[in-house]
Structure formats: structure tokens, C-alpha cells
Write a protein that binds this ligand. Structure first.
Ligand code: ZN
Length: 416
């Protein structure tokens, strides 16, 4: 339980953390915006800075084989199991200051706060080196390496400048042959806890500083192509047409209605119209679908049903519909016991009943779930804006999140 007196200190800690977020945002590939990709010199500098802050919090620091930065508050027994706290330190292009970075800083500050306390397990803070996949188009490289899921094929993937991941690792001071070799073992790991900005509008709409994450939605992405018949915009009567764009438009409306009906999310984020002339009936339309659900079985079912509806539309309009699955990530549920522990931490700190909410975005916890049970806490962000320079959290909310994480770690039941 956080006392009134330590509240003052908590406020100072939250202010310091906001300043640290500003400092971290200075490690960028661009003068005018924040971009910090995996294995770049700016990433090295950010990790060096994080290591200093970890050391100031009394932690032992090291870097692992994939470039993740670690800090440990050791238990007396060197063979004790490990509780891992963390998030990621890389960013998207033209990013905000808090995505990932806030979770890393909160974890360090929590261990600074609990410096004098003794735990029967090691507590590690990790700054995952790649979550966003900005440089190599492969996401969650850092957490996958820790969870034992690093794929050696990734080493050959090239960035936009033709530099392979292996080469970039060497330049960063890593040995690519060893990447992923120091993965953690499930039997040595108690759990993974992550605090992250919500990246959505729910907490703000309900006037809540934090929320307990129930799970991370599974996602599927498709590339669709609708083919019809081109023709003269002036001479072909509407009833004779096989207009690919009108068909695609009906499909897109159907996707929205279907998502609403089934309480999932589905998005058409890209749409190209060919031949793309003002006076030609479109005969080729390509669009993407991103569909997500917290329940894997619902995701599978909905995807099937949705495509049968789209095929119906194509059939009625005598159009051809083709689609290809570009990507899929399975849904991951947060550990039930950890959710309850977060809930009681939130209740203790805020004196309000906890709000449970799913995560529509992917996180390091997705990869870490392969290793251990995962628990996440969301922090309100302004207007739900993220992956954008306007991303903003308040020092007051950071203070609440810090108190919650400290409660969570202090009350962590190693036998859960
Ligand atoms: Zn993130």
C-alpha cells in the first residue's frame, strides 16, 4: 500500500519519468521527428542511456544476444526464478514518445522505488530492441529472441538500404550466430508484466487513468482483388455493367456492417482503383482487410463468414473475387490470475473498480506468452492517438501507473 507521504515522492518520480521520456525521444535518426529503429546508432545511444538509469536504480545491467537491454534487481539466491517487467525501446517512423518507452521507464522507476525491498525472486527489466519491425519488416524480434522463437532466417532479411540483419547486428556489436541463443527458460520465469499506453480512446472516454488488459486480439490481413469489366463511362448503361469499384464499395460496406454485428474490428485501409481514369468503368480494384478479435475461434469463424458474404456480392454482380492471406497473429489471453492481481493493484491505488479491456494492437507480451504467463496494464493516452508525434500521457496518470506497478510487484504471488 502506498502511503500519503510516499505520494509526494511518487509525484516527483512521475515528473522525473516524463523528463526521461523527453530525453529518450532525443535519440532519433531525424532532427525533426522521432524515429529509432532496431540496431541503429541512435538505438545504441538510447540503450546506453537506459543502462545508466538502470544502474542508478541499483540494477545490474547487460545486453543480450538480440540487443535487448536488461537490468536486474537480484535475489539473494542466484538460482531464484525471474519476474520480468518491460516493454520496447524502438519506435515507428515519426513516432510518439511513450509507445513502449513508457513501459520501460516505469519498470526502471518501480525498481528504484522498491530498491530497499527484498524479494525471493530476481526482478528483471527489459527494453526490447525491436517490437515495431520498422527496419526489417519483421516485428517482435527482441521479445521473440527472449521467448526462444528467434528464427535464423531473419538474419538474411535486408533493410531499405540493403543491409542484412546479420550485418546490422555486427555493426551494433552483436554476434549474429548467437542471436536468440540466450533465450529464457519457462521453468526459470515467473511471469512477464508490461505497462503500455492504450493506443485507443476507451480509458479517456471513461475518464480512467489505467485499465487491466484481458488479452491481445488475434489478427488476419488479406489482400483482395475484385475484377469486372472496363467500359466507356458514357456508352455502357448502368444495368449492363460489371463495375469492380461498385462491387468493392458494397463489399466494404458489408465488412463494416459485419464487424458491427459480430462486435469485432475489421478495416479496409488500402484501396486501389484501376485503370483509374475519370471516364472508364473500373475493372480491377484491390483492397486490404485487417480483421481482429480477442477470441481465436471467433476470428476464424468470422473470417470464413465474412468471405462467404463477399463472395455472394461478387457472384450477384458477376464479378471475380480473389483474396490472399498476407499475415496472421494468434490471439493471446492475459493470465487470469495476473489480471486479478492487476485489478486489485488498480483498486488499491485508484479506489475505483478496475476496468478490463482488450488490446487491439500487438505487443511484446504476444511473443512472451510463448515463454510464460503475461499480464498487462494500459495507461490512458490523449484522444487515443499513438504512432504519431501527438501521442501524449499526463504525469498524473504516469504516477497512478507507477503506483499500480509497484503494488503489483510488491504483492506478486510467486506461487500463482
Ligand atoms: Zn508499443
Amino acid at each position: 500500500m502506498i502511503t500519503t507521504q510516499s505520494r509526494v515522492t511518487m509525484k516527483n518520480r512521475a515528473t522525473r519519468l516524463m523528463e526521461q521520456a523527453d530525453i529518450l525521444a532525443g535519440y532519433s535518426e531525424s532532427q525533426t521527428e522521432l524515429t529509432r529503429a532496431y540496431l541503429t546508432p541512435q538505438h545504441r545511444a538510447a540503450h546506453d542511456q537506459l543502462a545508466k538509469w538502470m544502474q542508478s536504480a541499483g540494477l545490474d545491467t547487460w545486453e543480450d544476444s538480440a540487443g535487448n537491454q536488461w537490468g536486474r534487481k537480484p535475489a539473494a539466491d542466484p538460482h531464484a526464478p525471474v519476474l520480468i517487467l518491460g516493454s520496447h525501446s524502438d519506435t515507428v517512423i515519426n513516432a510518439g514518445k511513450y509507445d513502449g518507452n513508457l513501459g520501460v521507464l516505469l519498470a526502471i522507476e518501480t525498481l528504484a522505488l522498491l530498491r530497499e525491498q527484498v524479494f525471493p525472486f530476481h526482478i528483471d527489466v527489459v527494453a526490447f530492441a525491436d517490437e515495431e519491425g520498422t527496419r526489417f519488416d519483421t516485428t517482435l524480434i527482441g521479445s521473440a529472441a527472449v521467448a526462444g522463437c528467434f528464427q535464423s532466417g531473419w538474419l538474411d532479411v535486408k533493410d531499405a538500404d540493403g543491409v542484412t540483419m546479420a550485418q546490422a547486428m555486427r555493426e551494433f556489436g552483436l554476434d549474429p550466430d548467437k542471436a536468440g541463443s540466450d533465450a529464457r527458460k519457462p521453468e526459470d520465469t515467473l511471469a512477464y508484466l508490461e505497462v503500455h499506453i492504450e493506443q485507443g480512446p476507451v480509458l479517456e472516454a471513461e475518464n480512467l487513468p489505467v485499465g487491466v488488459v484481458t488479452g491481445i486480439a488475434g489478427a488476419k490481413r488479406f489482400q483482395c482483388q475484385v475484377r469486372g469489366e472496363a467500359g466507356h463511362a458514357g456508352t455502357v448503361p448502368v444495368s449492363y455493367r460489371h463495375d469492380a469499384l461498385c462491387g468493392a464499395a458494397e463489399m466494404i460496406s458489408c465488412i463494416e456492417a459485419f464487424a458491427r454485428e459480430h462486435e469485432i474490428v475489421a478495416t479496409v485501409g488500402k484501396c486501389d482503383v484501376l485503370p483509374g481514369a475519370v471516364n472508364v468503368i473500373p475493372d480491377d480494384v484491390r483492397f486490404t482487410i485487417d480483421i481482429r478479435s480477442l477470441s481465436q475461434s471467433q476470428l476464424e469463424q468470422c473470417t470464413q463468414q465474412l468471405f462467404s458474404r463477399l463472395e455472394n456480392i461478387a457472384h450477384q454482380r458477376q464479378l471475380e473475387l480473389d483474396y490472399e492471406n498476407l499475415y496472421q497473429a494468434p490471439a493471446v489471453l492475459c493470465d487470469e490470475t495476473l489480471q486479478q492481481q492487476w485489478a486489485s493493484a488498480v483498486e488499491t491505488v485508484t479506489r475505483k473498480p478496475p476496468r478490463f479491456l482488450p488490446s487491439g494492437a500487438g505487443h511484446d507480451a504476444l511473443a512472451m506468452a510463448e515463454l510464460t504467463s503475461v499480464g498487462m496494464l494500459f495507461v490512458r493516452c490523449e484522444k487515443g492517438i499513438s504512432h504519431h508525434p501527438a501521442e501524449q500521457v499526463t504525469a498524473e496518470d504516469v504516477e497512478v501507473a507507477l503506483a499500480c506497478l509497484a503494488e503489483m510487484v510488491t504483492g506478486f504471488d510467486a506461487g500463482h
